[in-house]
Design a protein around this ligand. Structure first.
Ligand SMILES: Nc1ncnc2c1ncn2[C@@H]1O[C@H](COP(=O)(O)OP(=O)(O)O)[C@@H](O)[C@H]1O
Ligand SMILES: Nc1ccn([C@H]2C[C@H](O)[C@@H](COP(=O)(O)OP(=O)(O)O)O2)c(=O)n1
Length: 237
C-alpha cells in the first residue's frame, strides 16, 4: 500500500520540498498519526506541542511566573532546547536534561496553555520551528495547532485532523492508562482546547486545508486516509 502510494508521488522521489502540516485538537491523533506518516514517507517529523510543553517545564523548573508574559517570553528566548526531528526516535532535552517523559505529566498538561497563549513566547517558538523546517530542506511532517495557518501556510499539504470529543476523551484516557478521572481528562482535553483556541484556530479548516475526521476510523485507517490526502494533494487529483 505505502509503496504503491509512494510510486505515485514524484515529489517524494525527486527530493523536492514536501511539508505536511497537520493541526487538530487534543487527542485527535496528531502525534501518533503524523509520526507514522513521516516514517512511511521517509520525512523528518516535528512535534511542536512538545516545544510548548518543554518551555512550560523550563519555566516551572526555574521558577518563572507563568502569568508574567515578559518573563515567559524571555524564558522562550533563553531555553536551550534539543528536540528530535526524526519519527524513529522521541527525545526532548532542555539544557541537557532529558524531559521526554516529564513533559507528558498531567502537571505540565494543566499549565501548558498559559505558556502557549503568551504571544511573545509563540513568536520565539515559531521562529525556531521554521528554522528546523528549513534545516531539513522543507521535507518534514509538522504537527500542532497553527502549522497550517501560521507556521507554514505555504505547506505543500495542509490537513486538519479532527475527532469527536467523545473519541478524543476516550483515546486520551486509554493513553494515560486509565489513571485519570473524567474530570481530570476533561481538564486536560476539553478545557485546554478551549483555552488554546483563544489564540489559534484549530477547530475549523482554513481555506485549502483538508479535514480528516478520525472519529470512526481506527489508527491504521487514519494513517491510510492521511497518506491518501498527501497523494491526492501533491498529484493535484
Ligand atoms: N484513529 C484512531 N483511533 C484510535 N486511537 C487513536 C487513533 N489515532 C490516535 N489514536 C490513539 O489516541 C491517543 C492520542 O493520540 P495522539 O497522537 O497523542 O493525539 P494528539 O497528538 O492529537 O493529542 C494515542 O494513544 C493514539 O495511539
Ligand atoms: N503549534 C502548537 C502546538 C501546541 N500548542 C499548545 C496547545 C497544547 O495545549 C500544548 C501541548 O500541545 P500537544 O500537541 O502536546 O497537546 P496534546 O498532547 O495534543 O493535547 O501546546 C500550540 O499552542 N501550538
Amino acid at each position: 500500500m505505502t509503496q504503491e502510494l509512494i510510486d505515485t508521488m514524484p515529489a517524494l522521489r525527486l527530493g523536492r520540498p514536501l511539508v505536511v502540516a497537520i493541526d487538530g485538537p487534543s487527542g485527535s491523533g496528531k502525534s501518533s498519526v503524523s509520526k507514522e506518516v513521516a516514517r512511511r514517507l521517509n520525512l523528518a517529523y516535528l512535534d511542536t506541542g512538545a516545544m510548548y510543553r518543554a518551555l512550560t517545564w523550563f519555566c516551572l523548573d526555574r521558577g518563572t511566573d507563568l502569568n508574567d508574559a515578559s518573563a515567559v517570553e524571555l524564558a522562550a528566548e533563553d531555553m536551550p532546547l534539543d528536540i528530535s526531528t526524526t519519527p524513529h526516535e522521541e527525545y526532548v532535552r532542555v539544557d541537557g536534561t532529558d524531559v521526554t517523559a516529564a513533559i507528558r505529566e498531567p502537571a505540565i498538561s494543566s499549565a501548558v496553555s498559559t505558556v502557549a497563549t503568551t504571544l511573545g513566547a509563540r513568536t520565539e517558538l515559531i521562529r525556531r520551528q521554521r528554522a528546523l523546517i528549513e534545516k531539513h530542506h522543507r521535507r518534514m511532517v509538522v504537527e500542532g495547532r497553527d502549522i497550517t495557518t501560521v507556521v507554514v501556510p505555504g505547506a505543500e499539504v495542509r490537513m486538519l485532523l479532527t475527532a469527536s470529543e467523545e473519541a478524543r476523551l476516550r483515546r486520551r484516557g486509554i493513553q494515560l492508562g486509565g489513571t485519570q478521572s473524567a474530570e481530570q481528562l476533561a481538564a486536560q482535553v476539553t478545557q485546554r482546547d478551549a483555552k488554546d483556541s483563544t489564540v489559534v484556530n484549530f477547530t475549523q479548516a482554513a481555506d485549502g486545508v483538508v479535514t480528516l475526521d478520525s472519529s470512526d476510523l481506527d489508527f491504521e485507517e487514519t494513517v491510510t486516509a492521511a497518506l491518501r490526502i498527501v497523494t491526492k494533494v501533491i498529484n493535484h487529483e
